[in-house]
Design a protein around this ligand. Structure first.
Ligand code: ATP
Ligand code: MG
Length: 390
């Protein structure tokens, strides 16, 4: 049997909602390990304790847990009594083949009623270890830190802390619909919403068969990758090429991009409602490209009656790319594709599309019929993690 102790940080602040946050976090932990031999997941005095069978490789558990939102850090741990001699003995058994150049003991008391303070326990247990093995104590730069957590009638100890994904547990933040292109920005926008506890529905517009299927393949790959965090995803693929052709035929070229975007927003809103999401999310950033001036963002947003969130709005391109690299989406986004927005893009798109011009241009379009047609042609794909082999 193998023990993992997980800590949450932000969750601890959630006052009376805390049991609900913890419950969802525990559900997500069970779900991400559901094909492995999980013996128990328990909440004990402000931390979580997870037990898996001996046969489960720690690397696999570590990899999966590292992507679950709501976890501040976690450790492969051992259980021990709280009596100092027995505790030190258990630590020495576990460390039998390690010879650190120096060490320190770092104690947290989960149960503040214990009759010793943390520094007292550190000195007592540290003294026993030093006596037994002669290791040098170094409080500032030890080569080994022995973490001990004292509970009421048992303790945990561990030597390494793995960073968790942070944020809030999936499911605590409601459902949003993210307009996901194959580009660099929108996958990061989706990730940031997920990290705040939202379940994210993905909506992708493509121009197949006018353009290749490449953007759909990229988006699928991105959805698959992000599903390792939220564990269940739905991707909606919307054929958009016909609509773009109508815009090209009937509207002034410099307004095309803004008109495409307004159509996307209308369609996305319709789809979001159908799948019970009340908010749209995009990867837009002020000033990044001609279509993303403040004026254009406003004109685009005016097509929706739903809130539009833009989690990247104030970020620089390199900050976004760094984050995309960390999440793992950057290399997928960098694959060549033919994004539908590059289709029939004019050489000089309007950087300040005025609302009256846009509305006049839309008079020429059967907007409602276009939205209906796109919505009824949507195809849906489901993703789950882990994928169970049957
Ligand atoms: P990204 O890297 O996310 O594609 P970008 O810098 O290429 O962003 P634009 O192409 O102008 O910027 O897109 C702005 C936003 O509009 C995107 O972040 C995304 O949310 C949405 N969007 C653009 N194209 C599509 C598409 N084909 N399908 C779904 N959403 C899209
Ligand atoms: Mg793009």
């Amino acid at each position: 049997m193998s023990l993992v102790v997980l800590h949450y940080k932000e969750l601890a602040l959630k006052g009376r909602n805390r049991p609900w946050f913890v419950k969802l976090l525990m559900q997500n932990l069970r779900a991400v390990l559901r094909d492995l031999d999980v013996v128990s997941v328990k909440s004990v005095m402000g931390r979580l304790e997870l037990e898996v069978g001996d046969s489960v490789p720690w690397e696999e558990v570590r990899d999966r847990l590292s992507r679950i939102f709501g976890v501040a850090n976690f450790s492969h741990a051992c259980r021990a009594p709280i009596e100092f001699d027995a505790l030190a003995g258990r630590i020495l058994d576990t460390l039998s083949d390690r010879h650190p150049a120096s060490f320190r003991v770092s104690v947290r008391r989960a149960d503040k009623r214990l009759p010793y303070t943390s520094p007292q326990i550190e000195r007592e247990v540290g003294g026993l270890l030093k006596q037994a093995r002669g290791w040098r104590v170094d409080l500032s730069q030890p080569s080994l830190t022995i973490h001990i957590e004292m509970l009421t009638d048992q303790s945990f100890f561990f030597f390494d802390k793995e960073p968790g994904a942070g944020g809030l547990p999936t499911g605590t933040g409601g459902r949003v619909a993210c307009l996901l292109s194959g580009g660099i920005d929108s996958p990061v926008a989706a990730y940031r919403m997920m990290r705040r506890g939202c379940s994210v529905l993905f909506i992708h517009f493509h121009s197949y068969p006018i353009l290749s299927r490449a953007s759909q393949d990229k988006v699928r790959e991105i959805a698959r990758l992000l599903t390792r965090h939220q564990l269940r995803s739905r991707l909606l693929l919307v054929p958009f090429g016909d609509l773009q052709q109508q815009v090209v035929l009937l509207c002034p070229p410099e307004l095309r991009v803004v008109l495409y975007r307004r159509l996307m927003i209308r369609i996305a809103e319709r789809l979001a409602r159908r799948w019970r999401a009340n908010t749209l999310v995009t990867g837009e950033v002020i000033g990044q490209v001609a279509s993303q001036t403040l004026e254009n963002l406003t004109t685009i947003a005016a097509a929706a009656s739903m809130e539009i969130l833009r989690p990247l709005v104030g970020m620089d391109k390199d900050e976004i790319a760094d984050q995309a690299a960390r999440i793992g989406t950057l290399s997928i986004s960098n694959l060549p594709d033919q994004d539908c927005c590059t289709l029939f893009t004019p050489r000089h798109p309007a950087t300040r599309a005025r609302m009256d011009q846009v509305l006049a241009a839309e008079q020429a379009l059967p907007v409602e019929a276009m939205v209906e047609a796109a919505v009824s042609a949507v195809t849906t794909e489901e993703f789950v993690f882990p994928v169970l082999s049957s």
